[in-house]
Ligand binder design. Structure first.
Ligand SMILES: Nc1nc2c(c(=O)[nH]1)N[C@H]1C(S)=C(S)[C@@H](COP(=O)(O)O)O[C@H]1N2
Ligand SMILES: [Mo]
Length: 552
């Protein structure tokens, strides 16, 4: 019995070409072959990445590279459009591009196996380059892409073979020597066969799909061995010798006003902004913080050495992202535990000539913070605790930096393993290279949390409420304007600390109708929030948050 379903003679036209219907079917299967080969390549690469590390996966590495090279406006668009899901969007985008490329490879392979194989090899080279040239990457990081591409080449050859079966005059059967057939396939010799061995294609496709699923799924599972979540859970934080100041009575307006942002942001609700597609995983036992550059006596610290210091502090600080749009949610408040940054720098004899600290994270990010702020801003710290536990892995486990009053991109380095004392002239950090401002103090901002814009609510008395921030200066006044009316002063929650945002509320009697609500804040040192609108780039958004609400 033969397993082949060779094209009967009439299927081939007088000129040897195939009729359109058959050509169409073959093309579709060719495209499918390309997709399956790509799936096998990516699957095998994920399996290899379980050996080397999650960031060496070609999808992750290419995504990382895209993040590094895309122009700032595109990145800003991604952050404001997809928010916390910007990385998912990027990975999906990368996979869509790969899929389109794979379809082309499949079609090309029908005509030339060599070209198809070369296309997949190129794909592997791109992944390998992306993985090996990451700031924290090495030669070994190329391995998953190389192994994946090899698997992809074998897959495309095996998949395309039954689609270009030789014509009926050279029949093949199941008892063909498998090795001989494989050799034939891998020789990449093109056959001008008009025949199609559908059954063999179906079987090969099934095997390819299974292989892709098993290697990909298994690889992802095995990559979890790099996760440090358990190590984090087992870590005991030191108790601070200087606990956070007691909060004034009624400090959290959220206890009495529905819809206002709580004073403290739960870890799971805390915004996350970084360039890491796979969250860096640092084992506490392996952790080192290394000082370098313009110090008299630079040294490094283990996590235990940081924990065992007798100057551990606990402080409440609001962190804000420069990419936050007017009215946006890229700000959060937590109770942090760490060691005073200025003291640690002075202890090691930081030079008076240094004006920039380049903070390095394990994934190669560089954050340039002004040395003067690190030394002079009260409660600047090297933090390892957040809201009662170790830092969550996404928020920098095990150690990050915080400097109250500065946007995160010039102060809040996560997964921080190095501090180099240097100068602004000597080095441009990551965001500065991308034309964001070198120095970026947080601009005064205020936001209306409730009522929600454009959502109808019953007419009557209800609070207009929200938060305002100007870290280290503090908020002295918040005012609300309804349509074109007078500015009305809102009631403020007690100021717990100037590093914190401040909640505000203004109860109002809403008659049925539609209203434009606008808010503005004034800092404790007298700056009235400007209504001049600025985009976040290059040093933070400005302008007033203004929303339309409807009472019925
Ligand atoms: N390693 C690293 N640290 C980083 C970043 C980053 O991309 N990588 N982003 C910075 C930015 S722009 C901000 S606003 C804060 C955000 O901290 P969070 O994600 O804990 O809220 O981290 C900062 N630290
Ligand atoms: Mo940021």
């Amino acid at each position: 019995m033969t397993t082949t379903e060779q094209a009967p003679a009439p299927a081939t036209g007088p000129d040897g070409a195939q009729p359109p219907a058959r050509r169409g079917a073959r093309r579709s299967l060719g495209a499918l072959a390309g997709l399956l080969a790509a799936a096998v390549a990516l699957g095998v690469a994920e399996l290899a990445a379980a050996l080397v590390g999650p960031a060496s996966s070609p999808v992750v590495a290419v995504g990382d590279t895209v993040i590094t090279v895309v122009p700032e406006p595109v990145k800003q668009f991604a952050i404001s459009t997809f928010g916390e899901n910007d990385k998912i969007a990027l990975v999906v985008g990368t996979l869509v591009v790969v899929a389109l490329y794979a379809v082309v490879i499949g079609l090309v392979s029908l005509r030339s196996r060599r070209a198809g194989a070369a296309g997949i090899a190129l794909f592997g080279v791109i992944g390998a380059l992306a993985a090996a040239t990451r700031p924290a990457g090495g030669l070994l990081d190329a391995l998953p892409s190389v192994v994946g591409a090899l698997a992809g080449v074998v897959a495309i050859l095996l998949l395309v073979d039954p689609l270009t079966a030789p014509a009926a005059d050279t029949p093949r059967s199941a008892d063909d020597d498998v090795m001989e057939r494989l050799r034939g396939v891998l020789s990449m010799a093109d056959r001008k066969g008009a025949g199609m061995d559908r059954r063999r294609f179906v079987v090969t496709s099934g095997v390819a799909l299974g292989a892709a699923a098993v290697t990909g799924g298994g690889g992802r599972l095995l990559q979890r061995r790099f996760d440090v979540g358990n190590a984090r859970d087992e870590l005991a934080l030191p108790s601070p010798s200087s606990p956070a100041a007691a909060l004034p009575r009624g400090a959290d307006l959220a206890e009495s006003v529905d819809g206002v942002t709580p004073l403290f942001t739960a870890n799971r609700d805390f915004y996350r902004v970084d360039t890491a597609i796979t969250v860096p995983q640092i084992r506490p036992a392996d952790y080192r913080l290394t000082l370098s550059g313009m110090f008299d006596s630079p040294r490094s610290y283990t996590l235990t050495e940081l924990f065992d210091r007798d100057d551990v502090i606990e402080r409440d600080i609001t962190l804000t992202c420069v990419s936050n749009e007017v009215g946006g949610g890229l700000a959060g408040t937590a109770r942090w535990i760490g060691v005073p940054l200025g003291d640690l720098l002075r202890e090691n004899g930081v030079s008076g000539d240094s004006d920039q600290l380049v903070c390095r994270s394990v994934d190669g990010m560089t954050i340039g913070a002004p040395t003067a702020a690190a030394l002079g801003v009260e409660n600047a710290m090297i933090a390892f605790g957040m809201n009662g536990g170790p830092l969550p892995v996404e928020h920098g486990f095990p150690v990050r930096m915080l400097i109250p009053g500065l946007y995160g991109y010039v102060s809040a380095c996560k997964w921080m393993t190095g501090i180099e004392a240097t100068t602004f002239d000597a080095f441009d950090a990551y965001w500065v290279e991308r034309d964001w401002a070198r120095e970026a103090p947080i601009k005064v901002a205020s936001r209306i949390d409730t009522p929600a814009p454009l959502r109808q609510f019953p007419a009557g008395r209800r609070p207009i409420a929200g938060v305002a921030w100007a870290q280290t200066r503090g908020i002295a006044r918040v005012e609300v304007r309804i349509d074109d009316g007078e500015w009305q002063e809102a009631e403020l929650a007690p100021q717990a600390a100037t590093e914190l945002w401040r909640q505000w509320v203004l109860p109002h009697d809403f008659a049925p109708g539609s209203y434009q609500l606008t808010v503005r804040a004034t800092t404790a040192d007298g700056e009235v929030q400007t209504d001049e609108r600025a985009r976040p780039f290059p040093n933070g958004a400005s302008g007033l948050h203004s929303i339309r609400v409807i009472a019925r």
